[in-house]
Write a protein that binds this ligand. Sequence first.
Ligand code: GTP
Ligand code: MG
Length: 456
Amino acid sequence: MSYFVDDTIVAIASAPGGALQGILRLSGPQVVSILEACFVGDCDARLSETRLPQSIAGNLHGVDDFGLIPCALYLWTTSRSYTRQPTAEIHTIGSPPMLDACLSRICDCGARLAESGEFTLRAFLAGRIDLTQAEAVLGVIDAESDAQLETALTQLAGGVATQLTEVRDEILDLLAELEAGLDFVEEDIEFISREALEERLLHAQEKTEMVLDQVRTRAQPRADYRVVLRGAPNVGKSSLLNALSNQNAAIVSNERGTTRDFVTTELSLNGLECTLVDTAGVSLGLAGLSPEVVAQQVTEAQIAQADLQLFCVDSTRSLSRWETIEIDRLTADRGLVVATKVDELSVDFFSGNKVIYTSSKTLEGLDTLRAEIATALSSDVVGSGVVASTGVRCHESLRVAAKCIARSRCVNAESLGEELIAADLHAALEELGKVVGVIYTDDILDRIFSRFCIGK
Ligand SMILES: Nc1nc2c(ncn2[C@@H]2O[C@H](COP(=O)(O)OP(=O)(O)OP(=O)(O)O)[C@@H](O)[C@H]2O)c(=O)[nH]1
Ligand SMILES: [Mg+2]
């Protein structure tokens, strides 16, 4: 990875393969002189005299045997660009051999091929974005679902960085006051009272822990959510699993207690991958160690692991007392109430919860159910607002930062000295600095930017 930013880099920024349009991206001090050597605009504006961002129609010339190649040039000649360097994009026909020829022509004029992630690296080195935003760029490129995209966009817009910058600023202010106090320690002047210090330290700790919580929930890339079907025997859980997955994975019969072991099948909802789990119907009042009792235990274990429960009730009969109690206990983000068999004569449930009416026979309501499942699962993802790679990288730093602040509060409580509090706060600042990239090493940058593709 090159940290030298005084040369001019170029890369194909559009996706590999043929397309209607291809994009070449350049960044560096020589962008204008390079373009003056190989681009001629339809109007005779001199590129070097351009200060405002411009879009200029024209042609690339001298590109092997291709003659003049029509293109649109987008040019930022000042530091008001993504990389804070003169930057340009050439939008032209997306033919791979032609784009390659344009690339070598631009290199002949003085540019060098960019390494992977080098444009975003330059944006980071110029202070345009912080490390969490750089990771969010990658999050946007790699997003496989609407929810992942929204998380990455939130982070790109500042999400986690804004909160951490606020904590850092608070700690910096506090340190300034503490250290000013240390200079006057002989004179016995109190710059900040113990109570006021405790209040501000507690606030900083809580904020850090809040971000740590967000990061924790996203530390594992959630490729797989578990959605569990639950309900009384014979309400139609197995039929629903078969209908939703369009398979005959589970045995269906009008005998109660057909399902004993749990059966799973994979579902893809709006790009969210989830495992749908069928369980044995819940029977009350069983005793001993019969297969039924074991089946009940398996059901409860599956529920405990579930991200979402689909609580199924048979719409051809009224709710039992147990069902009413269970429905009341469901919270919107952990459970949905699904009424089955609406193709038969249905009774109306008077429930405070939203009920999704379905039929595994006519497939009525299944699209609504799929959409509701996806919404319930993705609210979990979006709420956290941190892309997975940031979560993995920052978890330890945030944990240590929160611990240092907590320790400084103990020092304060026992009046052990402001020097010790300051030392802990310096340590916390350093860890928070690593997260946003105020403090970084080549190794950290290599790990982040080498995962990008060339041209980004
Ligand atoms: N008319 C109608 N009948 C259904 C529907 N879904 C299920 N059934 C019937 O209801 C009965 C029970 O269905 P299952 O899917 O085995 O029910 P279950 O909840 O898995 O039952 P257990 O595994 O015993 O707990 C079967 O006779 C199904 O044919 C439906 O949408 N419409
Ligand atoms: Mg069943």
